[in-house]
Structures are given as C-alpha cells and as structure tokens.
Design a protein around this ligand. Structure first.
Ligand SMILES: *[C@@H]1O[C@H](CO)[C@@H](O)[C@H](O)[C@H]1NC(C)=O
Ligand SMILES: *[C@@H]1O[C@H](CO)[C@@H](O)[C@H](O)[C@H]1NC(C)=O
Length: 148
C-alpha cells in the first residue's frame, strides 16, 4: 500500500506532464525527421518555435476563447484548422488527425502536421511565437552544443 502510494507520487506527475524534450534531443529528432531545410526553415527555427510555443513539453495545451479552439503539443498546433478535438466549432482538421495524437511522447505526427502547416503561403510565420521570438534573430544558441 505504502509502496503503491509512493509509486503514484513518483509516476503520476510524469504522466500528467508527458515528455519534455531536452533541447538537443529535440533538435536531433527534428533533423532526423527532415525538418532541417524544409521550406527553407532550419532546425534552429523549429527548436526556437518549440521553446516559445510549449517550452518543449509534448503535453502543452492552450485554449483560445476567441474562436473556442485549442493549441496542442510541442508545436501548439491549432484545432480550428489542423486537427480534430471534437469540440472546436467549424473545425477543418486539415492534417486529418486527432488532436490527442499531438500530445504523445513520439512527435512524428506533430512533425508531419507541422510540415503541412508550413506548406501554406504564410509558412512558419503561422506561429505567432516564431514571429515574435525567432524571426530575424540569431538562433545559433538553440542548437549550440548539439551533435547534429
Ligand atoms: C514514432 O512513431 C513512428 C510512426 O508513427 C515510428 O515510425 C517511429 O519509429 C516512432 N519513433 C520512436 C522513437 O519510437
Ligand atoms: C550568432 O551568434 C553566434 C554565437 O553568439 C556567433 O558566433 C555568430 O557569429 C552569430 N551569427 C551571426 C550571423 O551574427
């Protein structure tokens, strides 16, 4: 009993928080999945974007009262256009996925959907945090020390 309670204390917060990527680990996964140079964005652009959108947390969600949509996961992909969460009015689900699939430790679906997002004319500028925190900045610190 005591042991179970202790195990619960140790493991439940990990479940609630999901996987939080380490900066260089994320950079390597993004590169391995073909994001370096994709639509002329570098791995550093994506790491910077993930830093300021989710702080590298795969379980991050944020509700937008304006259109009643929610942003999901490490890239904070929005349920109005890109995924289906079953509760967003007038949702398009362009990526053809459940928004829950954007909250898993394995970010391969989030990466596939992010590639779809940047195929639109606004490209990576679709992400407000990228425009505010990464655009036009020296992003070398985001991949500094990473074995890429
Ligand atoms: C992540 O999932 C994809 C398929 O959805 C799979 O091909 C890949 O091997 C998985 N990556 C890891 C690290 O488990
Ligand atoms: C970006 O910053 C790094 C480290 O501070 C520096 O070495 C590099 O020269 C800078 N690049 C540009 C284009 O300013």
């Amino acid at each position: 009993m005591k042991v179970l309670i202790l195990l619960g204390l140790v493991f439940l917060p990990m479940l609630a928080h999901g996987k939080v990527y380490e900066r260089c680990e994320l950079a390597r996964v993004l590169k391995r999945n073909g994001l370096h140079g994709f639509r002329s964005n570098s791995v550093a652009d994506w790491v910077c974007l993930a830093k300021w959108e989710s702080d590298y947390n795969t379980k991050a969600t944020n509700y937008n009262p304006g259109d009643q949509s929610t942003d999901y996961g490490i890239f904070q992909i929005n349920s109005h256009y890109w995924c289906n969460d079953g509760k967003t009015p007038d949702a398009k689900n362009v990526c053809g996925i459940s928004c829950r699939d954007l909250l898993t430790d394995n970010i391969s679906k989030a990466i596939t959907c992010a590639k779809r997002v940047v195929r639109d004319p606004s490209g990576i500028r679709a992400w407000v945090a990228w425009r505010n925190r990464c655009q036009g900045k020296n992003l070398s610190s985001y991949i500094q020390g990473c074995r890429l």
